[in-house]
Ligand binder design. Structure first.
Ligand code: SF4
Length: 465
């Protein structure tokens, strides 16, 4: 069972918990609040010490009925959402966009691009824009977007409505692959009149590592395969149906909705991150945490305190060993350390886990997920995966470390999407942060990871709580 944990300071509006002070009246209970009490850590709760199940989360206890979406028993109801300020009229879209810029909100899909810059680029491009809520999280170790769509569909749809208002969009889409998320979104659309915004379509795709890349999103919505295209043009220039298109991650849109409803809490709204934690020990967890939190403290708080290393960003931020516990959870700090926050998925390694084996599995997975459109991606991911797998078996040539170093430096930026970059970064980080571990394998291989590297990504995948 996966945990859902808020580590936000008291009083911060979060995505895993309702806004403070708005959930204590039992008369506001609706179908997604089955009720009950528990001994969970919590920011809210009633005077008698019991807790509303909305924020009944605990890293080590069952998440209970809140996690069982299937019966429509666990997600927000429109009346509850509007009661706490959701779907409020957009009085001044430009002022909201200025607020987003001033707050410094960055996209939460992986690149961390400033949200206001993207919104303005779409608004100012010629044509009537399209806005897309991108809920296809291709990183196997991330669950935050599917969780938001399953449990907070109105929050995401409100953010999409606000993005449409700020850009002047004439069409909106929710793009996803998760069947439970689709049911939640369609149910939310049916109970929300949304008569002050554009029509909202739901577009389903098959899950894959590249299906959520923004040009793949556009291609799929236009009826093609969910595969990346060469850029330029980028979607903000020419996207769905040729119109300027905003492809926004669902957590980004959820934070836009919070910024609209809670203007006085802009610093807290943008200063929090949803992260997915997993590893070969400790339970997986979806966590909301303040930016800047040290990774070691985060791991310790969530049952991964024995970790010896971490793979950052999903598969995009590389492996980090000695000193990783002191790294701050933010884009700048991780970039300075040669890593990347990506979509916020962190996979912890135990002392007995072999980083070479982990890198071999990650690159094998990426090679299997290559859309096979770019020759350099097919040959590059295959070469990296093959060489690392040979190291684990003790069959690598003596010059393999030099070859890996050369490829890791030459390959980034040469594919049409970030998949090849991820494979190169993992390899480079293995060489940078674990010097000597390849040589240690010598001709004997590794008793822990020898054999064909699994290409299914299961080591990194997490079940949505
Ligand atoms: S870099 Fe790889 S995954 Fe990305 S578009 Fe090219 S072939 Fe496909």
């Amino acid at each position: 069972m996966t945990g859902v944990i808020s580590l936000l300071p008291e009083g911060w509006p979060g995505l895993l918990t309702p806004p403070p002070g708005t959930h204590r009246d039992p008369s506001t209970r609706t179908s997604y609040e089955p009720g009950g009490s528990c001994g969970c850590r919590d920011q809210g709760g009633r005077a008698d010490g019991s807790y509303d199940s909305y924020n009944s989360y605990d890293p080590y206890n069952s998440y209970g009925s809140y996690g069982s979406y299937g019966s429509y028993g666990s997600y927000e109801h429109v009346s509850r959402y509007t009661a706490v300020g959701g779907y409020a009229p957009v009085a001044a879209p430009d002022a909201l966009l200025d607020r987003i810029a001033a707050a410094g909100l960055r996209g939460r899909g992986g690149a961390g691009f400033p949200a206001a810059v993207k919104l303005r680029a779409v608004r100012d491009a010629p044509g009537v824009p399209v806005v897309v809520a991108n809920g296809e999280e291709g990183e196997p170790g991330s669950v935050k977007d599917r969780w938001l769509l399953r449990h907070r569909p109105h929050l995401v749809l409100d953010g999409l409505r606000l993005a449409a208002a700020m850009t002047g969009a004439g069409r909106a889409c929710v793009y996803l692959s998760d069947a439970s998320a689709e049911r939640a979104v369609r149910h939310a659309l049916a109970e929300w009149p949304h008569d002050d915004g554009p029509r909202v379509d739901v577009v389903r795709t098959a899950p894959s590592y590249v299906a959520g890349e923004e040009s793949a999103v556009v291609r799929r919505i236009d009826g093609g395969p969910a595969l990346p295209t060469a850029k330029p043009p980028r979607p903000f220039e020419r996207g769905v149906g040729g119109a300027p298109t905003l492809v926004a991650n669902v957590e980004t849109l959820a934070r836009v909705a919070l910024l609209h409803a809670w203007p006085d809490a802009a610093t807290q709204v943008t200063g929090a991150h949803l992260v997915t934690l997993s590893g070969s020990h400790g339970r997986p967890a979806l966590v909301e945490v303040a930016a800047g939190t040290r990774l070691g403290a985060l791991a310790a708080a969530c049952g991964h305190g024995e970790a010896a290393a971490v793979l950052l960003g999903g598969l995009f931020g590389g492996l980090h060993g000695a000193g990783w516990t002191g790294l701050p959870l933010d884009h700048e700090g991780l970039r300075a350390a040669g890593g990347a926050l990506g979509c916020g998925a962190l996979h912890f390694l135990r002392p007995e886990d072999c980083p070479v084996g982990v890198a071999a599995e990650a690159t094998a997975y990426l090679a299997a997920q290559s859309a096979r459109q770019c020759g350099v991606c097919v040959s590059g991911t295959g070469a990296l995966s093959g060489a690392l797998s040979a190291v684990t078996r003790g069959t690598a040539d003596p010059d393999t470390p030099q070859k890996l170093l050369r490829w890791a430096r030459q390959l980034p930026g040469r594919g049409a999407c970030g998949l090849l970059d991820a494979a190169a970064r993992i390899t480079a980080s293995l060489l940078d942060h674990f010097p000597g571990r390849l040589d240690e394998h010598g001709s004997r291989g590794c008793p822990r990871c020898a054999g064909p590297a699994a290409a299914d990504g299961l080591r990194f995948s997490v079940t949505v709580p």
